[in-house]
Design a protein around this ligand. Structure first.
Ligand SMILES: Nc1nc2c(ncn2[C@@H]2O[C@H](COP(=O)(O)OP(=O)(O)OP(=O)(O)O)[C@@H](O)[C@H]2O)c(=O)[nH]1
Ligand SMILES: [Zn+2]
Length: 364
């Protein structure tokens, strides 16, 4: 049925449902399935319904979060914790959210589940992450997923087909371009790119009219509301953004991609959770891990794809991050040169920059 949503569109619906606190149904191998509710947005009522249902209700966590909780990990990158009989929403939130880890360290004993197929559990975590929620999900196995989805009017995701699709980059549509004179350079145009799955748009600032046959001076900038807009002193993003545009203005040509991957891909709410943990004494990497995320959850294929769409296949990349260089090369964009971008060091971000150098390989 051509009017029906395709798999990418159904996944986008599922993310929106999880953000609202509505469960989604995943169908798996052999007619089995699972009901999924994001831990962050679950309500007491819906949790009560899941607890009253037949089957092993689990709180699924990433191995990163499990490490902080000292929970045993039997499934590689994720852990399943059985919901105790008396577990309420407060219990779920406490396990999923590290905010009170230090003030309330007693979170156990936890009963970890092992054995069986965890493909749908993994998909549930992937959905929670890509919905920019805490990476923790309540998962209830279902015998008749289709029936439940129909009866309750829930989004039904083909979990078998979705797993590989989650790794694909959604197609990008070029929506519109217009001239925007900037403080740093009057000759600039802003291009808007929209993913076909309706997720956040990404932007490209084209300075001058760069020669498509030569490596272009480029910056892959990840959104930082606090640094770019508020002028936060906790990071170096704002000064890097402006210095990159100024350099492009001086050279008369360049491309700055503004990728909406706030907080290294975890979203602004989770980044603020990470900041709260940093106030408790954890560094930027430890904070991500305690929340259950990897150090960096960004997908730089996106940047490569936009550059390609604009007609570029080689860059002089403004960055201190060697991973960005490697990702560009892997995504088929040649890096002719790394152009260092060292600006914006403050008393507040010195530790942050030192951590990035020590743990994430940033070049000082
Ligand atoms: N999770 C998390 N994200 C942060 C923190 N501080 C800054 N960020 C985010 O980190 C990203 C910084 O991105 P960039 O400056 O493009 O990348 P980079 O890896 O530092 O590399 P270069 O600046 O190119 O050298 C932005 O998305 C910020 O929102 C933090 O403490 N935790
Ligand atoms: Zn920043």
């Amino acid at each position: 049925m051509p009017l029906a949503p395709n798999l990418m569109e159904i996944l986008a619906r599922a993310r929106a449902d999880l953000r609202m606190g509505v469960p989604v149904v995943l169908s798996g191998e052999g007619g089995q399935g699972a009901l999924v509710l994001a831990a962050e947005t679950a309500t007491e009522d819906r949790l009560a319904l899941l607890r009253a249902a037949e089957g092993d209700l689990d709180l699924v966590l990433t191995a990163r979060r499990a490490a902080t909780l000292k929970a045993r990990v039997y499934d590689g990158d994720l852990a399943r914790v059985a919901l105790p009989r008396d577990a309420d929403l407060g219990w779920v939130r406490n396990i999923a959210d590290p905010a009170d880890d230090l003030s309330m360290p007693m979170k156990g004993p936890l009963k970890e589940r092992r054995g069986g197929d965890v493909a749908l559990h993994r998909l549930a975590i992937g959905l929670a992450k890509s919905a920019r929620l805490l990476p923790a999900a309540l998962v209830l196995p279902l015998e008749a997923p289709m029936g439940v989805a129909m009866r309750e009017n829930l989004t039904l995701v083909d979990g078998v087909a979705a797993a590989p699709s989650m790794l694909l980059l959604s197609n990008l549509d070029h929506v519109v371009s217009a001239r925007v004179p900037l403080e740093t350079t009057e000759n600039a145009r802003l291009h808007i790119y929209r993913p076909a799955d309706g997720s956040e748009e990404h932007y490209a600032v084209e300075v001058g009219r760069p020669d498509r046959h030569k490596p272009v001076l480029a910056r892959l900038h990840s959104a930082c509301f606090t640094g770019d807009v508020l002028g936060s002193l906790k990071c170096d993003c704002g000064p890097q953004l402006h210095a990159a545009l100024a350099r492009m203005g001086e050279e008369g040509a360049g491309v700055l991609l503004y990728l909406n991957q706030e907080g290294r891909g975890i979203g602004l709410a989770n980044k603020m959770r990470a900041y709260a943990l940093q106030d408790q004494g954890f560094d930027t990497v430890q904070a991500n891990h305690r929340l259950g995320f990897e150090d960096d959850e960004r997908d730089f294929r996106l940047g490569a794809e936009i550059l390609r769409r604009m007609g570029f296949n080689a860059v002089r990349l403004l960055t201190n991050n060697p991973n960005k260089l490697a990702m560009m090369e892997r995504s088929g964009i040649a890096v002719a040169e790394r152009v260092p971008l060292k600006v914006g060091k403050t008393a507040f971000n010195a530790h942050y920059l030192a951590t990035k150098a020590a743990k994430s390989g940033h070049l000082l």
